[in-house]
Design a protein around this ligand. Sequence first.
Ligand SMILES: *Cc1c(COP(=O)(O)O)cnc(C)c1O
Length: 406
Amino acid sequence: MNYKASDHIQDLQYFGEFGGVNPSISDSSTYTFLSAKTMFDTFEGNTEGCYLYSRHSSPSNLYLGEAMAQLEGTESANVYASGMGAISAVILQLCDAGDHIVCSRTIYGGTYAFLKNFVKKFNISVAFVDITDLKAVRESINPRTRMIYCEAVSNPLLEIADIPSLSKIAQKNLIAMVVDNTFSPLNINAAQIGADVVIHSLTKFINGTSDCVAGAVCGTSNFCLSLKDVNSGAGMLLGSTLDSLRAASILKNMRTLHIRIKKHSENAHYLAEQFEKDGLRVVYPGLKSHPQHELMKQIMNPEFGFGGMLTLDVGTLEKANALMELMQKEKLGYLAVSLGFYKTLFSAPGTSTSSEIPEEEQKELGLSQGLIRFSIGLDNDIHKTYLAMRNCMEQLEILTSDSTLV
Ligand SMILES: *Cc1c(COP(=O)(O)O)cnc(C)c1O
C-alpha cells in the first residue's frame, strides 16, 4: 500500500475569486451560456468546463468530488446529499429490473433496509452472505448478479472485508466490487486494493463535525459521468444533490482528516488494549484477538492505524443502557448514533442503528443486545478517559475494582 492519499489531497489547491486561500462558493442554481449552441452541447453530455444547473454539477461540488477522488485514488468522484443518496444511486445505476446483488450480511442499517425492502420494487433480489466466507460469496453469484457489495470495516461488528480476494471473484464474474468505506477513510484505500466503486458517507469521519449529512461515490470517470447523465443517471434523476455551501464546508474540514484519523485510531487502540486487559469483551481490528487482524494489517495504511471504532459487549441491554447514560453524565461522550465526531459517541446498535435488522437475524450475526458501538473521540488525555470509563464500569459492576470481569 503506497498510495499517499493525504499528500494527494494536500496538493489539491483552489483559489477564491479574489485570491482567497479557499475556493469561492458558487451561489447559483443555474448558469448562463453565451451561446445557445453551447447550452445544447452541454445537454448532450459535452459538459467540459461548463456548468448548467446545480443538480447536475456545481464548482463547489466538483472541488469536493476531486478531493474525494484523491482520497481513494480513483479517476473521479461525485458528491451527494447523504451517504444513502450515494448508495441508492450506485445500486440503481448498476442494476436493472430482475438483477441480483451479493451483499454482506453485516452492513449499515439503512443500506440493509434499502436492499431488504426497497429494491423489491424493481424486482432486484439480494443474497445476504457472511462476507468473510469467500466460498459462500462465490456460491451466491448467479448469471443475474451485478455486484458484490460490502463495507471495508463493517457496521457495527467491525468485520474486515478481504477486498483483494473479493475483487478477484468479482472480476472473474465480470461484476462490480462496491465498497462502503465510511468507517475507514485513509485507514484503507479500498480502490487501491480492488474496489471498482467506493462509497463514503461524508457525514461521519470525513466531515468530522456532526453538522451535516453528505455522501460520495468514487470510481472511474465513465461511471461517475453515467451517474450524472441527464437521461439515465441515477444521481441526476433521483436528485440527492449536495448544496454548494455545504460542499465547501466539508472540503475545509477534509483538510484536517489525516490528523483526526491518526488521533481517533491512537485513542481507540489505547482503550481497546486496556479494556481487553481488563477482561472485557472488546472488538477492535487492532487487537490480535480480532479474527481479521492479520488481514487488516495487510490491507491498511499503517500510518493511520486501525480506525476510531470499537465495540464492547457488556452482556445485556440494561447494562449497556446504564453504562452509556453514566458515561454521558460523566462527560465522557454522548449517547448518540453516528461517528467521527471530536467527542466520543456511543449507542447500542441492536436497538438503534441496526434496529432495521430483525432481532432473530441480529442474533445470527452475533449482534448481541449488550453490544455498545463506540466512535472514539479526539480526547487529549486518553488514559484519563480510560480511568473514568473504568470507574463507570466499576460503579455498574461490569468490572470489579481488581480489574476482572464480573
Ligand atoms: C451513516 C452510514 C451510511 C449512511 O450515510 P448517511 O450520510 O447517513 O446517509 C452508510 N454507510 C455507513 C457505513 C454509515 O455509517
